[in-house]
Design a binder for this molecule. Structure first.
Ligand code: MN
Length: 225
């Protein structure tokens, strides 16, 4: 078979301590998975099952410089634990879903908050708010079990703390999030699942240096250009 044009190389993430890279297939993100963040976005955290939106695989960026996206004047940071899926399965219970997670990383769900607010008001989809180019900065994956399921998760901008929480503050655990995703899609190796952000989301501007950390995982650092 010949292609009309060369297919692009897959998006990929480095793996801590390994030469291989993790090929990214799809990116699913869960919304409002920390109670305090749900409240800061004007939602009631007690009544909501996990819901998902997605970003294109090509939204992954591992570069030290991340371009400020067009068509926004209110770009927000959201630090998130990222689950790397290494197996295939659908309609899974949480215990089985947990076995599909082969690695973990630190990601930032960049969000054009002004476009998202308009989409919410108009009942429109979130794609332009969430799934734009370079909207998913990610650090190197760490393979194996999560080092500390209640570890600290945080984000600083130019050294100032903006987000600070614990993974244990999640409303739905990573296994429960992946189980729910598996009811909606047949999960396959290469899928990434962003598990939601703690409170403290806010705007970042060109020149800002962002450092996102989760206890036991490779930190993610980038500068907006
Ligand atoms: Mn998010």
């Amino acid at each position: 078979m010949t292609w009309l044009f060369d297919p692009p190389a897959p998006a990929a993430l480095p793996i801590a301590g390994r030469g291989e890279r993790f090929p990214v297939r799809r990116i699913f993100c869960v919304g409002r998975n920390y109670a305090a963040h749900a409240r800061e976005m004007g939602a009631d955290p007690s009544r909501e099952a996990p819901f998902f939106f997605s970003k294109p695989a090509e939204a992954v960026i591992t570069a030290a410089e991340v371009p400020y996206p067009p068509m926004t004047s209110d770009l927000h940071h959201e630090v998130e634990l990222v689950c790397a899926i290494g197996g295939e399965g659908a309609d899974l219970a949480p215990a089985t879903a947990a076995q599909l997670i082969i690695g973990w990383g630190v990601g930032v769900d960049l969000t054009r908050r002004d476009i998202q607010a308009e989409a919410k008001a108009q009942g429109r989809p979130w794609d332009a708010a969430k799934g734009f180019d370079a909207s998913a900065p990610c650090g190197a994956l760490t393979l194996g079990p999560l080092p500390d399921p209640d570890g600290a998760i945080g984000l600083t901008v130019n050294g100032a703390v903006r987000q600070s929480g614990r993974l244990g503050d999640m409303i739905w655990s990573p296994a429960e999030v992946v189980a729910q995703a598996s009811r909606l899609w047949r999960l396959k190796p290469g899928d990434l699942i962003f598990t939601g952000t703690p409170e403290g989301v806010g705007p970042i501007v060109r020149g800002d240096r962002v450092e996102a950390t989760i206890e036991g995982l490779s930190p993610l650092t980038f500068t907006l250009t």
